[in-house]
Design a protein around this ligand. Structure first.
Ligand code: A3P
Length: 314
């Protein structure tokens, strides 16, 4: 099966004409529909929006980067494949099984799930904001699971990822500057806060359509959250032991040590191992100065409080 997107003729969407900026002094990003993207991702995003035909039993996972996407993919695979003898997580990295739609252009091998032709139910993921999702996703019965994470831990996770992938033999990117970009929104897939708010609001309007999860809740009480996912996805668990098995299969230490995740890469120049680091809540305390913390807190309050979200992420 191919993983190619249908061809595109977006004459009115010339990527070269979009506003541009540098992301952390290392790569170009451009602003499309109010959010910042790598230029190479904009055309796939436009194609996705204009051509994708959702099916009622599709499942779309959504997140902004470094909020627990890999974990969410692993959990969803286990939940959707309940009762299967083999453990799909030992065969390939979760990013292979659940492609991130707009990033499949970076895939190092043909992905198993063809976005357009694979048989239903399809399990897909996107980092795109809710506003640019295809109408067919918004209007069909297909479900969305969004994962959100504390902004300070998200930023620190991104900073480590970026330093190891983009600046492997250099000094880390200055954290003060990273905080500044994060708060002003000139950040990959940013602004972070608007991304979270869009999915949050939609999940409030249509709770049967969008499940809004928090990384911290998954860490604190994985069994309750995974049971909730099972119910939401129409795959309720038969026993607590089954839920526990999913918790175990998807725990960070286990995934990190699987052969498929220690070696190889599903996305070019991104080793599979780089998706697994510490997975701790509050790791930001080891890095952010009080001033940086204050800056992010202020921005969080400003952007999230009007939606009743600030206390979730304090
Ligand atoms: P840290 O950098 O804080 O350790 P994403 O998958 O969206 O890229 O997010 C990566 C973050 O999720 C990293 O956080 C990573 O360690 C953490 N993570 C990956 N797999 C996980 C798992 N199975 N359980 C908990 N956290 C996980």
């Amino acid at each position: 099966m191919s993983n190619s997107l249908p061809s595109l003729t977006p004459s009115s969407n010339n990527v070269d004409e979009l506003p541009k900026a540098r992301f952390w002094e290392a790569m170009d990003i451009c602003q499309w529909e109010g959010f910042w993207f790598e230029p190479g991702l904009v055309k796939p995003a436009i194609t996705f929006r204009s051509t994708f035909q959702a099916r009622d039993d599709d499942l779309l996972l959504a997140s902004t980067p470094k909020t627990g996407t890999t974990w969410l993919k692993a959990l969803s695979l286990c939940i959707m494949q309940q009762n299967q003898e083999h453990d799909i997580l030992t065969m390939e990295n979760p990013h292979f099984h659940v492609p991130t739609i707009e990033s499949t252009i970076y895939s190092t091998k043909p992905q198993k799930a063809d976005l357009y032709d694979a048989s239903a139910p399809r399990l897909l993921h996107t980092h795109l904001p809710h506003a640019v999702l295809p109408d067919s996703i918004k209007n069909s019965a297909c479900k969305i699971v969004y994962i959100a994470r504390n902004p300070k831990d998200t930023l620190i996770s991104m900073w480590h990822f970026f330093n190891s992938i983009i600046r492997p033999n250099q000094e880390p990117f200055p954290l003060e500057k990273a905080v500044d970009c994060f708060c002003t929104g000139v950040y990959q897939y940013g602004p972070f806060f608007e991304h979270v708010v869009e999915y949050w609001q939609e999940s409030q309007k249509r709770p049967e359509k969008i499940l809004f999860l928090k990384y911290e809740d998954l860490k604190t009480d994985p069994k309750a959250q995974i049971s909730k996912m099972g119910e939401f996805l129409g795959r309720p668990f038969g026993s607590e032991a089954e839920v526990e098995e999913v918790v175990e299969r998807c725990c960070l230490e286990r995934l990190k040590n699987l052969e498929v995740n220690r070696n190889g890469s599903v996305l070019s120049n991104v080793p599979n191992s780089s998706f697994f680091r510490k997975g701790e809540v509050g790791d930001w305390k080891n890095y952010l100065s009080p001033e940086m913390e204050d800056r992010i807190n202020q921005t969080s309050r400003l952007k999230l409080e009007p939606f009743g979200l600030a206390s979730f992420f304090s």
